[in-house]
Design a binder for this molecule. Structure first.
Ligand code: ADP
Ligand code: MG
Length: 699
């Protein structure tokens, strides 16, 4: 027995009809408690008032009808057996027939059942529907009588769920009684004042109306209210996290930029863009403040974020404090080490590199010098958050290409210091809805300008038939002294197979088409040393063509690369393609991005790629990606510590997000708005979420 009726505290097995097998299947789709199943909303509805009456069926029409089973059974024509179900809806009868899978269908439907049937009307001996899609709506006439509403929920399911009778009907059988019994006990954490001011439908009603709406206007309103609740509770956590840091005095005191800083800038081989100057000023402004900075630096690939990191770390070093920059891959960390080392060479600031492959004696020395404060700036991979890395006073933390890391890793690095300033750098332009949620606790700086002289990368969509010309083109570019990337996709599921595809292609190119050119390969399964050696040969221009899996996606800077050929382009997200395209066009040479695909020109994938070809605006592409593939793909949401919202949409709910944010601020600053009891509950909720967040570290 459970001691209360709060659906959050009751396991789903407690519901009637949910045995261990079903519970396991439900757990697998994230349903553990009664609350979870109450939030398992229908994907579609069957609106009985909008159906085609059976009496009005016409030959050839695609229809959905609902009718009750009159008779059913196996019948025979002269040549073959078939299964027939005769249904009626009061306006007429129509037979449903199956010529295959008789064993499966025979006995599946019973007299008195109500079925929803979709398919095409054909003619055999009179009108009929052959092999239609069928869903059982009610098992018996009594059940139908009980159900007076005209809108019936259709729940999402899967083959494995269906095998356990968790089809739409199965879900209705569990959810309907659960609603009747438990919905009233759903606890609304949103304070009364907010509910009143925003005219929110009460929580139990909203949830019930999502399942069995009186009409679709009410359903839309129920959705709005649930989305707002969800977003408000989320924004309270975001604003709370921010406030906890924003009001504490940080120990480091950073001096304003001086002449040496000016000298570093003057020594750069290029002139900073206005946008770079602006964001450097924004960051420096924050560094000088008594409270820790929490800032997101967003700048399209190639916009020049590294120099911003270098110059602001120099500022911190000058004041006698330490900085750490964490990059997602070894190659990238090394590249940072070279570029940043060069920028700061004349400054006397000590910069070191620490990664998983730093040899032990060197590592020991670095650890000692970090602890004593002799190292000013440490660059590296997640090796920087190892337990034995101790800083004398870590005051500034930069995380590059953030979405490769989890929030948990970011926090781990932050905990190495006492309220260090934080800069998160990302090349993925983040649509506003996401910026306000995933990064809602960060201030935003944007580099919205490319260094002068950059030409847009010419992008083209090509098919197999054009491969010979493409190879010729690549050959011409390499002969001219330029470099080429050939990219193969690698997705987790079929890692081995695709790896074979990439290596095989490499072997073929090497022994055949490009046998006279220097060609190399890098992929994730290679030993680190091999991979690094290969990349350095490429950056020293000893290799003209580099076959690669997506390890080159983030960050790599090869100025002479002018062509990137992407195989199976349809397998990439658009933002990912944009990152890849950013590997070329990093100098004043004309560059090309060639997408290979065998998709049909009319297919969705092809059209998605066509839209990519037309756009060079990373921001527009990110928006498109968000719309087409959802936030998970764009940011690696699960890793970034964002919950997957049950109702709210990060594509469409911008105005709700803004409202939620405004209220979260109001609630946390104006104490009058919440009663003591509400405050206690909210506090408990926030604490619990924080614990969840900490424990959700990713590797
Ligand atoms: P990202 O923002 O993608 O990290 P990088 O910092 O790697 O970009 O810079 C890309 C390239 O542009 C580098 O070769 C860098 O030296 C160069 N660069 C950066 N700022 C400028 C500038 N203001 N003018 C010209 N080139 C620049
Ligand atoms: Mg970069």
């Amino acid at each position: 027995m459970v001691s209360n009726n709060n659906p959050t505290d009751i396991e789903v097995t407690y519901l009637k009809g949910v045995g261990p097998k079903k519970a396991e299947a439900l757990n697998a789709i994230g349903i553990y408690t009664v609350e979870d199943i109450l939030y398992y909303f229908p994907r579609r509805y069957l609106d009985r008032s909008r159906l085609t009456p059976i009496g009005e069926l016409t030959l050839g029409a695609e229809v959905t009808v609902v009718g009750r089973v009159l008779t059913q059974g196996l019948l025979r024509t002269r040549s073959r057996g078939f299964y027939e179900v005769l249904i009626t809806d009061g306006t007429g009868n129509v037979p449903l027939v199956w010529f295959e899978g008789l064993k499966y269908f025979a006995g599946r439907f019973k007299k008195g059942m109500t079925l929803s049937v979709s398919g095409k009307v054909t003619d055999f001996r009179g009108l009929q529907m052959a092999h239609p899609e069928v869903e059982i709506i009610f098992d018996t006439e009594e059940e139908e009588m009980l159900h007076t509403g005209r809108i019936i929920p259709l729940y999402p399911s899967s083959d494995s769920l269906k095998r356990l009778y968790l089809d739409s009907r199965g879900f209705r059988r569990i959810i309907k009684p659960a609603l009747d019994q438990y919905a009233t006990y759903l606890e609304d954490l949103v304070p009364k004042q907010v509910v009143a001011d925003l005219h929110l439908m009460d929580l139990p009603t909203s949830v019930s109306q999502m399942h069995y709406p009186d009409n679709f206007e009410i359903r839309a309103e129920a959705r709005r209210c649930l989305a707002l609740r969800e977003l408000i509770l989320f924004q309270i956590q975001v604003v709370d996290r921010r406030q906890r840091i924003a009001h504490k005095q940080k120990p480091q005191k950073i001096e304003p930029p001086n002449q040496t800083q000016q000298a570093l800038i003057a020594d750069l081989p290029f002139k900073l863009t206005a946008a770079q100057n602006r964001v450097i000023a924004e960051i420096a402004g924050d560094l000088l403040k008594p409270y820790a900075m929490l800032r997101l630096l967003q700048g399209d690939v190639g916009s020049g974020k590294t120099v911003v990191a270098a110059l602001t770390m120099a500022l911190v070093a000058r004041s006698g404090f330490q900085s750490a920059l964490m990059a997602p891959t070894e190659i990238l960390a090394q590249q940072h080490y070279q570029t940043i080392g060069k920028i700061l060479a004349s400054s006397g600031i000590r910069v070191e590199l620490l990664t998983g492959s730093t040899p032990s004696p060197a590592r020991q020395q670095i650890l000692r010098d970090l602890a004593s404060g002799e190292i000013d700036i440490i660059l590296g991979t997640h090796a920087l958050i190892s337990d034995d890395v101790v800083y004398r006073q870590l005051a500034y933390v930069i995380v590059d290409e953030q979405h490769r890391f989890g929030v948990a890793q970011r926090e781990e690095l932050l905990r190495k210091g006492e309220l260090p300033d934080l800069l998160v750098m990302t090349a993925t332009p983040i649509p506003r809805t996401l910026a306000l949620t995933a990064y809602g606790d960060l201030d935003l700086s944007i580099i919205d300008q490319m260094p002068v002289g950059r030409l847009p990368v010419r992008t083209a969509l090509r098919t197999e038939a054009e491969r010979p010309q493409i190879y010729k083109f690549i050959r011409d570019e390499v002969t001219r002294g330029n470099q080429v990337f050939i990219i193969y996709p690698l997705v987790e599921e079929s890692l081995k197979m695709q790896l074979r595809a990439a290596t095989k292609a490499y072997e073929e190119l090497k022994s055949d088409v490009f046998s006279d050119l220097a060609i190399g390969i890098v992929h994730g399964q290679m030993k680190k040393e091999e991979r690094d050696a290969m990349m350095s040969r490429f950056s020293r221009r000893e290799i003209g063509i580099m076959v690669a899996t997506t390890v080159v996606e983030v960050g790599i800077d090869i100025p002479d690369a002018t062509v990137i050929l992407i195989e199976h382009a349809e397998r990439f997200g658009l933002s990912q393609l944009h990152q890849l395209r950013g590997r070329v066009g990093r100098s004043d040479k004309k560059s090309y991005c060639i997408l290979m695909t065998e998709m049909e020109t009319l297919s969705e994938s092809f059209q998605r790629l066509e839209r990519f070809v037309e756009s060079s605006d990373g921001f527009a592409i990110a928006e498109l990606d968000l719309e087409l593939r959802g936030p998970g793909d764009l940011l690696g949401i699960r890793q970034s510590g964002m919950p997957e919202f049950r109702v709210a949409s990060l594509v469409n709910d911008l105005s709700l997000i803004l409202t939620a944010r405004e209220w979260a601020h109001k609630l946390l600053t104006n104490k009058e708005l919440t009663s003591a009891e509400e405050k206690a509950r909210l506090n408990q909720f926030v604490k619990q979420q924080r614990r969840l967040e900490r424990s959700s570290g990713v590797s």
